[in-house]
Design a protein around this ligand. Structure first.
Ligand SMILES: [Zn+2]
Length: 427
C-alpha cells in the first residue's frame, strides 16, 4: 500500500520538545521518507490536516479479547465472586464464541486506534486468525489453566494450542507466539516450569498473572512462605534470555520490585480493572521504573474494565498514581505515554517505531475537536483529554485499517448485528 500523510504533527518520542511537522511516505509496509515536502507520485490514500497528530499506536500489554462478549455481564463484585460468574460462562466458549468475541474486540480496538495486544486466553490460534484478518498485531499467549477452574481441554490440548500458534506465527507478519500459565496459585509448579522451559527454548514471551489481590499474596505466604514474585524467582521462573510479562503486580513488596527490575520484567499494569474489582492496592509504577522493570499499560478483559480504550486507561493511570501517592509529579504525562505507546513496542517489536526504513505502525489523532483545544501541550491533551473516538485513522504494518473512522478490514455493521443476534444464546 502507498500512503502519504501530509503536513501532520509527528511525536517521534514521548517528549513534547521533539514534536515536529512533516510529511510521511509509506511504501509497501515501510516508512520510506519523513520530511517537510516528501511526495509520492500516486498514493492510494492521502491523509492531510494541520490538526492531525501522529504517534505509534498503543499496544495492549494484557488482554483477554473474547471477553468482550461478557462486557457488563457481572459488575460491582469482588474478584472471586466475579470470577465464579465469568468462569461458568467461559466454560461454554467454543470456536464460535471465541471468534465472535475476538471480532468485536478487534473492531473496538481498530476504532480506538490500538495497534496490537498481548493476549492471554484459550484457543489463541483462533484469536490469532481474527487478529490477522483485522490487521492488528497479536502476541498470543496460549493459556494454561487446570480443568478444575475452567474446562478448556486440559494441559495437553492447551500445550497443543501453543504448538499451533508457533506454526501460525511463522506464516504471519503480525502474529507472535507466547505462553501463559494462569498464575502461580492456580497452576502446579511442574507445569509452570514446563511453560518457562518452552518459552526459553522457543524464545517467546512468558506471561502470567501475579500479585493481583491482597488475598492472593496472603494465600501464597500461607502456602509457600513467600509472596508470589519471590516464589516465582525461587522456583526458577525468570530466565536470562526470556522476556516475561507479569500482569497486575498490584500488591508487591520493594523486595519484589527489585526482583522484577533485576530480571527486566515487563509489568502489564491494568489500573482500571484493579480499581473496578476493588483490589485496594496500586501497582508501584515509579519504583518499578526506577528498578529497571518495564511498565506497559493494559486493559485486562472487557468483562472487568469494561473497554479496550487505552487512551482512557492512560488518564486513569496517571490520576490513580497522583491520587494514591499524594504527588502529582510522580508519574507525569510523558511517562504515561511512554508506557502505553513506546515501552511494549521498544521491548517486543522495535522495528515498528516511527523511523525511516521501519515498518509503518501509525495512529492518527484528530485534534480538530473542542476538548483537544487549545494545544498548549499536545501530550497533556492526549493523556488527560483524549479518548479512542478521537482516532482519525490507523495504520499497522503499512496497511490502512481505518480511514477517517471508516474501518477497512472488518465489516463494522455486520459484526455489531452478529453480536446483537447471537449473544443471548450464550448467557
Ligand atoms: Zn488478566
Amino acid at each position: 500500500m502507498e500512503l502519504l500523510l501530509k503536513d501532520v504533527l509527528i511525536i517521534p518520542e514521548p517528549d513534547t520538545a521533539q514534536i515536529f511537522r512533516a510529511n510521511i511516505v509509506i511504501e509497501d509496509n515501510i516508512i520510506s521518507t519523513i520530511a517537510p515536502n516528501a511526495q509520492i507520485p500516486d498514493p492510494e490514500f492521502i491523509i492531510r490536516g494541520k490538526s492531525l497528530v501522529v504517534l505509534p499506536p498503543p499496544i495492549n500489554s494484557h488482554s483477554h479479547l473474547p471477553m468482550t462478549l461478557l462486557r457488563g455481564f457481572s459488575d460491582n463484585k469482588t474478584l472471586m465472586a466475579w470470577l465464579q460468574d465469568i468462569w461458568e460462562i467461559e466454560g461454554k466458549f467454543n470456536a464460535r464464541w471465541i471468534t465472535l468475541g475476538t471480532k468485536l474486540a478487534c473492531l473496538e480496538m481498530i476504532k480506538a486506534g490500538i495497534g496490537g495486544a498481548a493476549d492471554f486466553y484459550f484457543h489463541e490460534s483462533l484469536i490469532g486468525k481474527v487478529m490477522q484478518e483485522a490487521g492488528i498485531r497479536g502476541w498470543l499467549g496460549a493459556g494454561i489453566l487446570p480443568s478444575a477452574f475452567v474446562d478448556q481441554g486440559g494441559y495437553e490440548f492447551q500445550l497443543g494450542e501453543f504448538n499451533r500458534i508457533i506454526e501460525y506465527s511463522k506464516r504471519s507478519p503480525l502474529i507472535y507466539a507466547a505462553i501463559a500459565p494462569h498464575s502461580q496459585m492456580t497452576v502446579p509448579e511442574e507445569i509452570i516450569l514446563k511453560t518457562a522451559d518452552l518459552a526459553e527454548s522457543h524464545q517467546v514471551p512468558l506471561m502470567i498473572h501475579s500479585s493481583e489481590t491482597r488475598k492472593e499474596v496472603l494465600d501464597s505466604e500461607d502456602r509457600y512462605g513467600v509472596p508470589p514474585v519471590e516464589r516465582l524467582e525461587q522456583i526458577g521462573f525468570f530466565r536470562e534470555d526470556t522476556k516475561e510479562i507479569l500482569a497486575h503486580c498490584t500488591w508487591i513488596t520493594q523486595r519484589e520490585v527489585e526482583i522484577l527490575g533485576k530480571h527486566q520484567v515487563t509489568v502489564g499494569w491494568c489500573p482500571v480493572s484493579s480499581q473496578k474489582l476493588a483490589y485496594g492496592g496500586v501497582t508501584p509504577v515509579p519504583e518499578l521504573r526506577t528498578a529497571g522493570a518495564l511498565v506497559a499499560l493494559g486493559t485486562d478483559g472487557a468483562a472487568s474494565n469494561n473497554t479496550l480504550d487505552l487512551w482512557r486507561e492512560m488518564r486513569e493511570a496517571s490520576n490513580v498514581i497522583s491520587a494514591s501517592r499524594w504527588d502529582p509529579a510522580l508519574y507525569p504525562a510523558e511517562q504515561v505515554l511512554e508506557d502505553t505507546c513506546w515501552s511494549f513496542r521498544r521491548n517486543f517489536h522495535p522495528d515498528s517505531l516511527i523511523k525511516v526504513d521501519n515498518q509503518a505502525d501509525l495512529v492518527i489523532l484528530n485534534f480538530q475537536v473542542p476538548h483537544l483545544k487549545p494545544m498548549h501541550n499536545i501530550i497533556s491533551n492526549i493523556i488527560y483529554a483524549a479518548n479512542g473516538s478521537d482516532v482519525h485513522s490507523l495504520i499497522v504494518n503499512g496497511t490502512l485499517l481505518m480511514h477517517n473512522r471508516k474501518v477497512l478490514t472488518l465489516n463494522e455493521t455486520e459484526i455489531i448485528d452478529e453480536i446483537e443476534e447471537n449473544v443471548k444464546e450464550l448467557v
